[in-house]
Design a protein around this ligand. Structure first.
Ligand code: NAI
Length: 241
């Protein structure tokens, strides 16, 4: 454990896309540090959902605005909002309806969640962390919607950081590298692809959800009090090569 175990005692966190992978790891870490956490996403009772006394998992489709508002209206306060929901549909993203759906889940949902949560965040002087990607920087012939959405996450993070700053609400992002989660499982099993990734990763191994969770914890902590609008790579150095 790299942070004081009471860091977020008395704080309420909402992790959207918190029912698997990086989001589930983040929900757990926030709870371990004292926060009460609502982890929202698909398959909320599935095998990848976080299990902790202070984590409650709820089923939510981020493309469903009324459901999001209904969920938030039941919550008293929000100190931390993490937007982690994400999907990729590979080359099917060249089909316009698939393209739009990926944009909706990965990018528009962040605007939707921030619009819904900002009154509570202003009351608490809270903070937001969005989850971008290395594909915020690179293009991807195999994932055109994914890369476009993740580029958008970085720009939206900067815009919301400016917009919310007068209310002392900070907005940042992390850009994970190759992290072992259900989303990346197939790639991890592909030995050639995994070898190419490792050869290009200076730290020489895939990341774990907890590696990203700890960066998110930092951005939510008082240690990051003068940081807003940044996207922090958490990628073992992949972007430097
Ligand atoms: P995952 O598949 O394990 O988790 C994705 C989460 O998004 C789940 O909680 C799922 O329920 C939620 N989600 C998907 N569609 C949703 C919808 N319509 N409504 C509500 N929730 C929805 O994947 P992983 O790897 O944990 O990904 C989390 C985030 O990290 C994503 O934004 C992804 O793009 C990003 N990322 C992941 C990387 C990796 O190597 N695993 C690398 C870079 C970014």
């Amino acid at each position: 454990m790299t942070f004081a175990p009471t860091l977020f005692e008395g704080r309420c966190a909402l992790v959207i896309g918190g029912t698997s992978g990086i989001g589930a790891g983040t929900a757990l870490r926030l709870a371990e540090l004292g926060a009460t956490v609502l982890a929202a996403g698909l398959r909320a009772d599935g095998e990848h959902a976080p299990m902790h006394d202070r984590v409650r998992c709820v089923e939510l489709d981020v493309t469903d605005g009324p459901a999001l508002h209904a969920m938030l209206s039941k919550e008293g306060s929000i100190d931390i909002l993490v937007n982690c929901a994400g999907i990729s549909r590979d080359r099917a993203e060249y089909e316009l309806d698939v393209f739009e759906h990926v944009l909706d889940v990965n990018l528009t949902s962040i605007m939707r969640a921030c619009n819904a949560a900002v009154p509570a965040l202003i009351r608490s002087r809270g903070c937001v962390v969005n989850v971008a990607s290395m594909f915020s920087t690179f293009g991807s012939a195999d994932r055109p919607a994914y890369a476009a959405s993740k580029g958008g996450v970085v720009q939206l993070t900067k815009s919301l950081a400016q917009s919310y700053a007068p209310a002392k609400v900070r907005v940042n992002a992390v850009a994970p590298g190759w992290i072992a989660t259900p989303l990346s499982e197939a790639l991890g099993r592909d030995e050639d692809a995994s070898r190419r990734i490792l050869d290009r990763t200076p730290l020489g191994h895939w990341g774990e959800p907890s590696d990203v969770a700890d960066a998110i914890v930092f951005l939510c902590s008082p240690a990051a009090r003068y940081i807003t609008g940044v996207t922090l790579p958490v990628d073992g150095g992949y972007l430097t090569v």
